[in-house]
Each structure stands twice: as C-alpha cells, then as structure tokens.
Design a protein around this ligand. Structure first.
Ligand SMILES: [Zn+2]
Length: 161
C-alpha cells in the first residue's frame, strides 16, 4: 500500500493515492516507514501467540478468501484482520493523522475503513467468522486475543465446514 518511491516523488500534481504528499517531518517519515502491509510486527506477534495456544493451522494472506485476510483458518472459516492503527483509523487508541496534509490522510484512511467494512460484511455474509484486531490491542494483550479465537473455534466446532 505504502510505497516509498511514490511517496518521495515531488508533488506537482494534486495529491492522490498514487502521489501522496511528502512527509513533512521526521516523525511522519518514521511512522510511514514502519507501515508495512505484510508481516507487520503486530501480525508476527499475533501469529506467535496463536501457535503457542495450539492454533497453528493458519494461512497467511490466503488468496481464496475475500480481502486476503492477514490470517485465515480455511477449514474453520475463521478470518483475522490485523489493522494498523494509523492506516485503518483506530477508534481505540486515536492515533492521530499527521497535522500537515491532514485532508489527504483523512480521505485515505476513510477509504481504507470503507473497504474494510465492505470486505468484512461480505465475508460474514458468506459464513465467515471475522475477527478484527488492532495493532494497539495486540501490543497490549495478545494472549487474550488469541484465547478469544481459540474459544470461538472450540465453542462452535467449525470443523464441519
Ligand atoms: Zn489503536
């Protein structure tokens, strides 16, 4: 999603998704650089906690599931999205959008949120159980989140799918 080369382009045209505004401070730059879309620190942490609790049969970014969830248990129809607080507009920790070019970021983040909502709804409509975990929740208490997933899978015995 975030591409350093695109990002560093001098912006003569109006800003758009392929031509985002330049980072205006070193803090913004640092935040931007830390925003990978795959194998983020939060994903790695969560997957480790899931393995430790005995849920190791997951797929990463499984292409057959809509939206390629970060983690899926295909046989159980359980999908987990790990959302970066900044990109997805976390309602829990209120990570702020950069002060400069904030209109650009607000629009981009709201588009991401819309996309998230659509994907989640469609997955649920086709029988998936979807968990959305925020980066800040994972940092705070990953064990509880992993336990929630484990309990759901045990309780519902979704192996019938
Ligand atoms: Zn957050």
């Amino acid at each position: 999603m975030y591409d350093e080369k695109e990002y560093n382009k001098t912006a003569e045209e109006p800003y758009n998704l392929k031509n985002p505004p330049p980072a205006s401070s070193s803090t913004v730059k640092k935040v931007m650089r830390s925003m990978k879309t795959k194998d983020t620190k939060a994903e790695v942490t969560l997957r480790k906690a899931l393995r430790e609790i005995g849920l190791s049969g997951y797929r990463k970014n499984w292409e057959k599931a809509l939206g390629k969830p970060d983690i899926t248990y295909p046989g159980k129809k359980v999908a987990i999205f790990v959302h970066g607080c900044f990109w997805h507009g976390c309602p829990k920790c209120g990570k702020q959008t950069p002060k400069t070019h904030s209109q650009f970021w607000i629009e981009k983040i709201s588009r991401n949120r819309q996309r998230d909502t659509n994907i989640i709804l469609k997955l649920e409509e086709s029988g998936w159980k979807v968990f959305v975990f925020w980066e800040c929740e994972i940092n705070k208490d990953v064990q509880t989140l992993a336990k929630d997933v484990a309990e759901f899978i045990q309780r519902t015995d979704r192996s019938i799918y």
